[in-house]
Design a protein around this ligand. Sequence first.
Ligand code: BG6
Length: 540
Amino acid sequence: MSAPASPRQKDVPRTMRELRESQLGRRSARPKPQENVLRQGLRLERIPDPSTVVLFGATGDLAHRKVFPALYQLWRTHLLPHEFVVVAIGRRPYDDETFRAEIRDSLGQYSRSLPLDEEAWASFSEHICYQRLDFADPGGFDSLSERLDALDGERGTRGNRLFYLATQPSQFAEIVAQLGRAGLDHERHDGGWRRVVIEKPFGHDLDSARRLNREVGKVFRESQVYRIDHYLGKETVRNLLVFRFGNGIFEPLWNRRYVDHVQITVAESIGIETRGAFYEETGASRDVLQNHLLQLVSLIAMEPPATFEADALRDEKVKVLRAIGTRRPDPATEVVRGQYGPGWVAATEVSGYRQEAGVDPGSETETFVAARLTIDDWRWSGVPFYIRTGKRLPKRATEIAIQFREVPHHLFRDEAVDPEPNLLAIHIQPDEGIMLRFGAKVPGLGMAIRPVTMDFTYGSAFSVDSPDAYETLILDALQGDASLFTRADEVEEAWSIIDPIVQAWAHEPGPPFPNYAAGTWGPVAADELLTREGRRWRRI
Ligand code: BG6
């Protein structure tokens, strides 16, 4: 295979900084390959090294819906090097042409910029090739190794390889072992790096996560391992760090002295779609609570790291998980599970979970979970964190609400409306933005008070589209920035919070399922988690 013609001219901007500066009529020199230009303290702004992405599970749903659209978008916006190849690995009998045709169809459906840019697709498609491989066949991995070496020569990818595992989780350990056996993990003296990206779910419980970490650790060093939690790639989630640590006025209030409690909601209106078999094994606690929700808790509760280096950031997140682990939520009184029955969502009648395809008609799997967590450390002692997630709730909304304490002295107690305590609501999705609520005097002769809000919305403040989480994370992995990926100890700490909950459920009779109708905010017991403490869930 010979290198296809470059899609770029010499003077086309290739980094986000160059793009911005060229729009302003200025041009800067392209950053030198090893020069890490920090933007907002978080992202490395440079084109990744020449490299090959070896995508296992390339014929699967995740690859088609997320990974290829992200790669295409990065290519289209000139954020990938010209010396770049995707080797798509699958068991089905495609060749390069038939596989590319299928990816083109998927992009037509899942790309975030449609219609497709034909010129960009034409050049991108020449950088995709297909390799048929049975994961159990050592010979197949030897052939893969030879092909990758050959591609390095033809395409100038310099031995830099990102192995991306988007397969069934049960295949992760086998693939990693085969990569090790074939010597594909060995980094070269002359600079060829090797990294492995592992998709979620990472393990099914603490034991299996530990086992998988051990197996991965036999082949790759921890610094080569990138465990994905796509929530960490969301623009608004990354903005949490900027919001907290890039501003001076919030951090002094961010503690038990001023915060009454925190609520985090990850609500989905969709059901389980076509993933019945997967969901039966997983349930809401393993699917979202163990990862996305606990990641949001860590980012909200962590101490400021000394730097934004991957380990400094992750050390602080792990401390939060450990502090939760010192007084785990009591499954009987502080955790509520639910399962949706038939109902109405957005004016459409939908069936109950037990009627979904691939689901046991007597299933005890939870599609909703709410919990009251405490973080036993100096900053948060005594501040409850209420968290919840569920399928078939009234709407799709992910929100973090910081509820501040009431004023210490009610000067306006006798007025018609009591001032409500201040609230900061961070909207992760949709309608991304941040809202601060405070009391204001109603104009007029009296002293009536009404809550008003100050709103920041991404849509109106910035005129650019946010990248998809997968674009951000793939680019980070290619650039060797692991800060937004979960570390081995972090995954295990998160499982050690979830394990006792799911184990207790397995041994106790649960509430009668279904216990909430599709299109409602979950079981009544989830409301009681707050009402018994004189609080209530925010109406989102
Ligand atoms: C995935 C879960 O990790 O996250 C899904 O497996 C869930 O069940 C999805 O729907 C939610 O992600 P997002 O980005 O749509 O909020």
